[in-house]
Design a protein around this ligand. Structure first.
Ligand SMILES: [Zn+2]
Length: 266
Protein backbone atom coordinates (compact mmCIF):
# COMPACT_ATOMS: atom_id res chain seq x y z
CA UNK A 1 0.00 0.00 0.00
CA UNK A 2 1.26 3.45 -0.86
CA UNK A 3 1.77 6.04 1.86
CA UNK A 4 -1.56 7.35 3.20
CA UNK A 5 -2.60 10.71 1.77
CA UNK A 6 -2.37 13.70 4.06
CA UNK A 7 -5.50 13.84 6.32
CA UNK A 8 -6.08 17.38 5.13
CA UNK A 9 -6.24 16.10 1.54
CA UNK A 10 -8.73 13.41 2.58
CA UNK A 11 -10.84 16.00 4.36
CA UNK A 12 -10.87 18.14 1.21
CA UNK A 13 -11.71 15.06 -0.88
CA UNK A 14 -14.66 14.22 1.40
CA UNK A 15 -15.80 17.82 1.75
CA UNK A 16 -18.58 19.47 -0.18
CA UNK A 17 -16.41 21.83 -2.21
CA UNK A 18 -14.02 19.29 -3.63
CA UNK A 19 -11.31 21.69 -4.80
CA UNK A 20 -8.59 19.09 -5.43
CA UNK A 21 -7.04 18.80 -8.86
CA UNK A 22 -7.91 15.80 -10.97
CA UNK A 23 -4.58 13.98 -10.50
CA UNK A 24 -4.84 14.21 -6.69
CA UNK A 25 -8.47 12.99 -6.71
CA UNK A 26 -7.42 10.08 -8.88
CA UNK A 27 -4.51 9.09 -6.61
CA UNK A 28 -6.73 9.37 -3.50
CA UNK A 29 -9.34 7.10 -5.10
CA UNK A 30 -6.74 4.52 -6.09
CA UNK A 31 -5.48 4.54 -2.51
CA UNK A 32 -9.01 4.29 -1.05
CA UNK A 33 -9.59 1.08 -3.00
CA UNK A 34 -6.97 -0.65 -0.87
CA UNK A 35 -7.01 1.21 2.44
CA UNK A 36 -9.81 0.71 4.94
CA UNK A 37 -8.32 3.24 7.39
CA UNK A 38 -8.54 6.07 4.88
CA UNK A 39 -12.03 4.97 3.80
CA UNK A 40 -13.03 5.37 7.47
CA UNK A 41 -11.50 8.86 7.43
CA UNK A 42 -13.52 9.75 4.31
CA UNK A 43 -16.68 8.41 5.94
CA UNK A 44 -16.00 10.45 9.09
CA UNK A 45 -15.31 13.58 7.02
CA UNK A 46 -18.55 13.35 5.01
CA UNK A 47 -20.94 16.19 5.96
CA UNK A 48 -23.99 15.14 7.99
CA UNK A 49 -26.56 16.07 5.36
CA UNK A 50 -24.74 13.96 2.74
CA UNK A 51 -24.78 11.03 5.13
CA UNK A 52 -28.50 11.57 5.80
CA UNK A 53 -29.14 11.61 2.07
CA UNK A 54 -27.25 8.31 1.60
CA UNK A 55 -29.14 6.73 4.51
CA UNK A 56 -32.49 7.86 3.03
CA UNK A 57 -31.54 6.38 -0.37
CA UNK A 58 -30.51 3.07 1.26
CA UNK A 59 -33.78 2.87 3.22
CA UNK A 60 -35.77 3.71 0.09
CA UNK A 61 -33.98 1.04 -1.94
CA UNK A 62 -34.56 -1.57 0.78
CA UNK A 63 -38.27 -0.75 0.79
CA UNK A 64 -38.49 -0.92 -3.02
CA UNK A 65 -36.70 -4.28 -3.04
CA UNK A 66 -39.03 -5.64 -0.33
CA UNK A 67 -42.12 -4.41 -2.19
CA UNK A 68 -40.95 -5.67 -5.62
CA UNK A 69 -41.52 -9.14 -7.05
CA UNK A 70 -39.42 -11.94 -5.55
CA UNK A 71 -36.64 -13.29 -7.78
CA UNK A 72 -37.77 -16.29 -9.82
CA UNK A 73 -36.78 -19.54 -8.08
CA UNK A 74 -34.38 -21.72 -10.06
CA UNK A 75 -36.30 -24.83 -10.87
CA UNK A 76 -34.79 -28.13 -11.82
CA UNK A 77 -36.63 -28.12 -15.13
CA UNK A 78 -35.45 -24.65 -16.10
CA UNK A 79 -31.86 -25.60 -15.24
CA UNK A 80 -32.17 -28.54 -17.61
CA UNK A 81 -33.71 -26.32 -20.24
CA UNK A 82 -31.00 -23.67 -19.99
CA UNK A 83 -28.02 -25.98 -19.73
CA UNK A 84 -28.90 -28.95 -21.89
CA UNK A 85 -31.27 -27.82 -24.59
CA UNK A 86 -30.44 -25.69 -27.53
CA UNK A 87 -33.68 -24.80 -29.21
CA UNK A 88 -32.21 -23.97 -32.58
CA UNK A 89 -31.28 -27.67 -32.80
CA UNK A 90 -34.91 -28.84 -32.80
CA UNK A 91 -35.53 -28.52 -36.57
CA UNK A 92 -32.29 -30.36 -37.33
CA UNK A 93 -33.12 -33.20 -34.96
CA UNK A 94 -36.62 -33.50 -36.43
CA UNK A 95 -35.08 -33.65 -39.91
CA UNK A 96 -32.61 -36.34 -38.80
CA UNK A 97 -35.36 -38.50 -37.33
CA UNK A 98 -37.40 -38.02 -40.52
CA UNK A 99 -34.46 -39.13 -42.67
CA UNK A 100 -33.97 -42.24 -40.52
CA UNK A 101 -37.69 -43.00 -40.80
CA UNK A 102 -37.49 -42.63 -44.60
CA UNK A 103 -34.57 -45.07 -44.66
CA UNK A 104 -36.66 -47.59 -42.74
CA UNK A 105 -39.57 -47.18 -45.17
CA UNK A 106 -37.33 -47.46 -48.25
CA UNK A 107 -35.60 -50.51 -46.86
CA UNK A 108 -38.96 -52.16 -46.19
CA UNK A 109 -40.14 -51.35 -49.73
CA UNK A 110 -36.90 -52.44 -51.41
CA UNK A 111 -35.28 -55.18 -49.33
CA UNK A 112 -32.83 -55.98 -52.11
CA UNK A 113 -30.97 -52.70 -51.55
CA UNK A 114 -28.07 -52.66 -49.07
CA UNK A 115 -29.25 -51.53 -45.64
CA UNK A 116 -29.92 -47.80 -45.89
CA UNK A 117 -30.18 -47.51 -42.11
CA UNK A 118 -26.64 -48.87 -41.75
CA UNK A 119 -25.41 -46.57 -44.50
CA UNK A 120 -26.82 -43.35 -43.06
CA UNK A 121 -26.21 -44.16 -39.37
CA UNK A 122 -22.61 -42.87 -39.29
CA UNK A 123 -23.55 -39.45 -40.64
CA UNK A 124 -27.03 -39.13 -39.08
CA UNK A 125 -25.99 -37.04 -36.04
CA UNK A 126 -23.50 -34.86 -37.93
CA UNK A 127 -25.73 -32.00 -39.16
CA UNK A 128 -27.10 -31.44 -35.66
CA UNK A 129 -23.61 -31.70 -34.11
CA UNK A 130 -22.35 -29.07 -36.54
CA UNK A 131 -25.26 -26.78 -35.74
CA UNK A 132 -24.79 -27.30 -31.99
CA UNK A 133 -21.21 -26.14 -32.29
CA UNK A 134 -21.31 -23.44 -34.91
CA UNK A 135 -21.50 -19.72 -34.35
CA UNK A 136 -23.52 -19.39 -37.55
CA UNK A 137 -26.53 -20.96 -35.88
CA UNK A 138 -26.10 -19.86 -32.27
CA UNK A 139 -27.12 -16.24 -31.71
CA UNK A 140 -25.54 -16.34 -28.24
CA UNK A 141 -22.19 -17.85 -29.23
CA UNK A 142 -20.12 -14.77 -28.36
CA UNK A 143 -21.64 -14.75 -24.90
CA UNK A 144 -21.08 -18.49 -24.45
CA UNK A 145 -17.53 -18.41 -25.79
CA UNK A 146 -16.67 -15.90 -23.08
CA UNK A 147 -18.03 -17.94 -20.17
CA UNK A 148 -16.15 -20.49 -18.07
CA UNK A 149 -18.71 -23.08 -19.25
CA UNK A 150 -17.38 -22.91 -22.81
CA UNK A 151 -15.05 -25.60 -24.02
CA UNK A 152 -15.16 -29.36 -24.16
CA UNK A 153 -17.73 -29.83 -21.36
CA UNK A 154 -20.27 -27.63 -23.10
CA UNK A 155 -19.58 -29.20 -26.47
CA UNK A 156 -20.02 -32.70 -25.03
CA UNK A 157 -23.24 -31.65 -23.30
CA UNK A 158 -24.65 -30.39 -26.59
CA UNK A 159 -23.44 -33.47 -28.44
CA UNK A 160 -25.02 -35.67 -25.77
CA UNK A 161 -28.27 -33.78 -26.36
CA UNK A 162 -28.06 -34.60 -30.07
CA UNK A 163 -27.19 -38.26 -29.46
CA UNK A 164 -30.03 -38.58 -26.93
CA UNK A 165 -32.40 -38.10 -29.87
CA UNK A 166 -30.44 -39.72 -32.71
CA UNK A 167 -29.38 -42.95 -30.94
CA UNK A 168 -32.90 -44.07 -29.92
CA UNK A 169 -34.10 -43.26 -33.45
CA UNK A 170 -31.31 -45.39 -34.97
CA UNK A 171 -31.84 -48.18 -32.43
CA UNK A 172 -35.53 -48.29 -33.30
CA UNK A 173 -34.70 -48.23 -37.01
CA UNK A 174 -32.20 -51.09 -36.67
CA UNK A 175 -34.64 -53.32 -34.77
CA UNK A 176 -37.37 -52.48 -37.29
CA UNK A 177 -35.20 -53.45 -40.26
CA UNK A 178 -33.32 -56.26 -38.57
CA UNK A 179 -29.81 -54.83 -39.07
CA UNK A 180 -27.08 -55.13 -36.45
CA UNK A 181 -27.52 -52.67 -33.57
CA UNK A 182 -23.75 -52.52 -32.95
CA UNK A 183 -23.05 -51.78 -36.62
CA UNK A 184 -25.62 -48.99 -36.52
CA UNK A 185 -24.58 -47.29 -33.28
CA UNK A 186 -20.77 -47.76 -33.19
CA UNK A 187 -20.14 -46.06 -36.57
CA UNK A 188 -22.51 -43.29 -35.46
CA UNK A 189 -20.41 -42.72 -32.32
CA UNK A 190 -17.16 -43.00 -34.27
CA UNK A 191 -18.19 -40.30 -36.75
CA UNK A 192 -19.44 -38.06 -33.93
CA UNK A 193 -16.09 -38.38 -32.13
CA UNK A 194 -14.23 -37.81 -35.41
CA UNK A 195 -16.27 -34.65 -36.01
CA UNK A 196 -15.34 -33.31 -32.57
CA UNK A 197 -11.64 -34.18 -32.98
CA UNK A 198 -11.43 -32.75 -36.49
CA UNK A 199 -13.73 -29.85 -35.62
CA UNK A 200 -11.26 -28.59 -33.02
CA UNK A 201 -8.78 -28.08 -35.84
CA UNK A 202 -10.81 -26.94 -38.86
CA UNK A 203 -14.18 -26.00 -37.30
CA UNK A 204 -17.22 -28.21 -36.82
CA UNK A 205 -18.95 -27.22 -40.05
CA UNK A 206 -15.95 -28.05 -42.23
CA UNK A 207 -15.41 -31.29 -40.32
CA UNK A 208 -19.01 -32.36 -40.95
CA UNK A 209 -18.90 -31.40 -44.62
CA UNK A 210 -15.60 -33.25 -45.09
CA UNK A 211 -16.55 -36.41 -43.22
CA UNK A 212 -20.04 -36.50 -44.74
CA UNK A 213 -18.74 -36.07 -48.28
CA UNK A 214 -16.00 -38.67 -47.77
CA UNK A 215 -18.50 -41.18 -46.39
CA UNK A 216 -20.98 -40.59 -49.20
CA UNK A 217 -18.40 -40.82 -52.01
CA UNK A 218 -16.24 -43.65 -50.72
CA UNK A 219 -18.89 -45.92 -49.17
CA UNK A 220 -22.52 -44.96 -49.82
CA UNK A 221 -22.21 -44.43 -53.57
CA UNK A 222 -20.36 -47.73 -54.28
CA UNK A 223 -22.77 -49.57 -51.97
CA UNK A 224 -25.78 -48.25 -53.87
CA UNK A 225 -24.16 -48.97 -57.25
CA UNK A 226 -22.99 -52.51 -56.40
CA UNK A 227 -25.98 -53.22 -54.11
CA UNK A 228 -23.58 -54.55 -51.47
CA UNK A 229 -22.57 -53.16 -48.09
CA UNK A 230 -18.91 -52.18 -47.73
CA UNK A 231 -16.75 -54.66 -45.79
CA UNK A 232 -16.54 -52.47 -42.72
CA UNK A 233 -20.32 -52.47 -42.32
CA UNK A 234 -20.70 -56.25 -42.52
CA UNK A 235 -21.07 -58.42 -39.47
CA UNK A 236 -17.83 -59.04 -37.57
CA UNK A 237 -16.50 -55.52 -37.97
CA UNK A 238 -18.05 -54.08 -34.81
CA UNK A 239 -14.94 -54.70 -32.62
CA UNK A 240 -12.94 -52.58 -35.08
CA UNK A 241 -15.52 -49.80 -34.82
CA UNK A 242 -15.41 -50.02 -31.01
CA UNK A 243 -11.61 -49.54 -31.15
CA UNK A 244 -12.01 -46.56 -33.47
CA UNK A 245 -14.53 -44.98 -31.06
CA UNK A 246 -12.15 -45.44 -28.10
CA UNK A 247 -9.16 -44.06 -30.02
CA UNK A 248 -11.09 -40.99 -31.19
CA UNK A 249 -12.50 -40.38 -27.71
CA UNK A 250 -8.93 -40.46 -26.36
CA UNK A 251 -7.87 -37.92 -28.99
CA UNK A 252 -10.74 -35.63 -28.00
CA UNK A 253 -9.87 -35.86 -24.29
CA UNK A 254 -6.18 -35.15 -24.83
CA UNK A 255 -7.05 -32.10 -26.89
CA UNK A 256 -9.57 -30.78 -24.35
CA UNK A 257 -7.79 -27.42 -24.05
CA UNK A 258 -8.22 -26.56 -27.69
CA UNK A 259 -12.02 -26.60 -27.49
CA UNK A 260 -12.22 -23.38 -25.51
CA UNK A 261 -10.92 -21.43 -28.48
CA UNK A 262 -12.42 -23.53 -31.23
CA UNK A 263 -16.06 -23.05 -30.27
CA UNK A 264 -17.66 -21.06 -32.99
CA UNK A 265 -14.80 -21.57 -35.42
CA UNK A 266 -16.34 -21.74 -38.87
ZN1 LIG B 1 -4.61 4.99 3.78
Amino acid sequence: VNAHPNPAVIARYAGRDNDLDEVTVWSVEVHLDDCADCRALVAAGTPDDSRDLLARIATGLDQEIDAGPAPAPRRWLSAVRHRWMVWHLAPWLIMTVAVVACAVVLQTLAPSLPSLVTLIAPVAPLPAVAVAWSRRYDPAWELIAGTPAAGLAMLLRRTAGVLAVVIPALALASTRTGVSLALTLLPCLAFTAATIALGAVIGARHAVLGLGAAWALVFVLPAVVTAELPVMLRSGSSPAWALVVLALAAVVVTRADSFRTSFGKD
